[in-house]
Design a protein around this ligand. Sequence first.
Ligand code: PEP
Ligand code: MG
Length: 883
Amino acid sequence: GKWVYAFGGGASEGRSGMKNLLGGKGANLAEMANLGLPVPPGFTITTEVCTAFYDNDRQYPDGLKEAVAEALSKVEGVTGKKFGDTTNPLLVSVRSGARASMPGMMDTVLNLGLNDETVSGLAKLSGDERFAYDSYRRFIQMYGDVVLGVPHHTFEEILDTYKDDRDYVLDTALSAQDWKEVIAQYKAAVQEELGRPFPQDPQEQLWGAIDAVFGSWMNERSKTYRRLNNIPAEWGTAVNVQAMVFGNMGETSATGVAFTRNPSTGERKVYGEFLINAQGEDVVAGIRTPQNLTKEAREEQGSDEASLEEAMPETYQELSDVFSKLEDHYRDMQDIEFTIEEGKLYMLQTRNGKRTAKAALKIAVDLCAEGKISEDEAVLRVDPAALDQLLHPSLDPDAPRDVIAKGLPASPGAASGEVVFTADEAEELANQGRQVMLVRVETSPEDIHGMHAAAGIVTARGGMTSHAAVVARGMGRACVCGAGDLRIEKDGSKFSVHGREVRKGDQITIDGSTGEIFFGAVPTIEPELSGDFAKVMEWADKHRRMRVRANAETPLDAKTARGFGAEGIGLCRTEHMFFDADRINVVREMILAESEQGRRVALDKLLPFQRSDFEQLFEEMKGLPITIRLLDPPLHEFLPHGEAEIADVAKALGREVKDVKERLSSLHEQNPMLGHRGCRLAVSYPEIAEMQARAIFEAGLASAEGAADPVQPEIMVPLVSTKKELDLVKAVIDQTAAKVFAEKGSKLNYTVGTMIELPRAALTADKIAHTAEFFSFGTNDLTQTTFGLSRDDAGSFLPAYLRQNILDQDPFVSLDQEGVGQLVAIGAEKGRSVRSLIKLGICGEHGGDPASISFCEGVGLDYVSCSPYRVPIARLAAAQASL
Ligand code: PEP
Ligand code: MG
């Protein structure tokens, strides 16, 4: 195979469409060079090499060494420099670049090729000895840390001690001679740590770095990141080797990052940051606080530090032309890295920029209005899962608030929680169900598990493109960055700010849209959706084939769902109506009854409650279809468990404590999920189904009176595994209907269908479809029973399965298409073979998951049903699945 692709010097072997092979960074470097933009020459070692490397016990494929040598000599040709040459040395960077961007997850080495001899060549060449030795010590530090495994702090301690001894404060105080001495100490430290010297041979350095980048694909933080972002391990990373350009060659040199539009709001304004006399990672690392790119942004921030537009107007103009060129070419907002070496601009990276959901909507709508993309494309540009961010709360404007500090508005949304100072603490408390706020000086890729667990993130250092900001935006966590007034105690016990103290465990609130930090928990309110949201939704609805319904039982949930565009209720779980305080004791009376007679007395008392519930629901969902499911959970769930509660209930019902306990123990089941629940209850106690059917029909008739578009209830029987069970329950429903219609002298259209949530039901769906007028796939139970994996207990061991890649994803979150999906497909096909127009839907949690929704489109379901807040996500995902 071809393992290496060259770029730069006027022509590239790759292009942007080759992301799978070259990774995002490599493909886009090739594309930029093809566009004639100033890209330092280099080459990309493909992702196939990474895959081959891991498939063959960490051995490289044959021919790779030769291909790398050839590509390197091409770079030498273009630059006129030579790798390892003592008078005119070529230096390179070595960076990872996967198919999907994984910010900061993998390793990077800069200034590679420097050694005791080439460093003097660099000094002569640049005419700047101090710069050359500074570059060399940076290289030893980075290579030592990333490739040789000498801890970062070893080098930091040497440098700190060196500076302290001489009363230096800033690194800029060190002269060339100082750096030489530091370098000697660095090399001694490497020798001490490893028992061998720092490698002087540039070839050895190069292969060490390539090994390290491929190796970093399997480090823990990369694995975690892939797991959280559903990136398969098989994709592999590419390695990019590129001629170095220097942003740290003095006051006419700089390095920076930019978004062509604001990644937070989507506003059509260049948004970026840069540092004069700095190298690559300094900006993203968040160690120095960078300056603004544009004058306007600087003025908005009230900063006195000149913007790039003001400091280097000509270069800024050139850069701004590149922005337009790239946006026009990629037809999307770009996230760009650049370096200016002694006034000359170089492009180091471009990619479609990560953005908040709000920005995604605005950018999609704007690009469509600018004629750059079509409506269909606009619909495809917005990640449905990201819409979740928009549905996040903001601060109640009327609530009293006590601002303690302000940082940068890094990721929108308001959140409060108890302060913790480490990622591990954040995860631990979140696992206990507590809401936490992770407060750090800065974050690094090692913190992502804690950032994921936290409700919000605060950092004391770093800009809008720092690690914390980028990661929080991607995750949809509220985040305030660079709150420079925070003084965080090293021991992780508290922070202080403007003379006030906040201890670990104290509540704070942040507003990620303004950058403010408040003492205590400030109340929040629900969001208002923007016009861009409505527009994209309108376009999505035009293209959507599947309907979207909601799982809802209370009038409030139904109203919320309708507000979000639900086109009906796909699952009304009637048992939720049994728990309400005004009737739970009647439910218990029914369960404790010793005879059918006794049960009927209690059921008669329950009827008016159920009827009025349904009346309210029908009112709220007027004109839309409603699927009502008969009682599902085992009866013991309704009985009290603690001694005190049992005593209370016994007293309230006028029964002996002993009776209640006896009934409890007779209802006890070893495995209630597979026990006396669902239609099995209706088989044992048909009078319960009868009462529920009566309530539905009486409510239906009442609300149908005088209505132009009367409700047509869809009555659904749960946990069916044989046709006969369904026949029996359907008979009870039909007889009750006939009775109620005769009593009231009026009729109602209704249908009776079933959940398909057991493998046997899916496999015999043709039989069941003779009786069932519709199916709703209950993929929660179907997943549980197909895997034999308890819904309630899997939490304790599933994480180990995910960590070890036994499963790519939690199957209760995203449908296991390979296994459970097959049963859905079989069920749908068998159902249609008997009843060609049978209505098919899904009401498990998967109904709100974009990947599962796309699967449902493939199977040809008529609708998906999900929780109210996920209705917009489902609408967009369904549209994308149709396109
Ligand atoms: C299901 O099993 O998928 C379902 C929707 O029912 P429940 O979650 O109520 O068991
Ligand atoms: Mg179920």
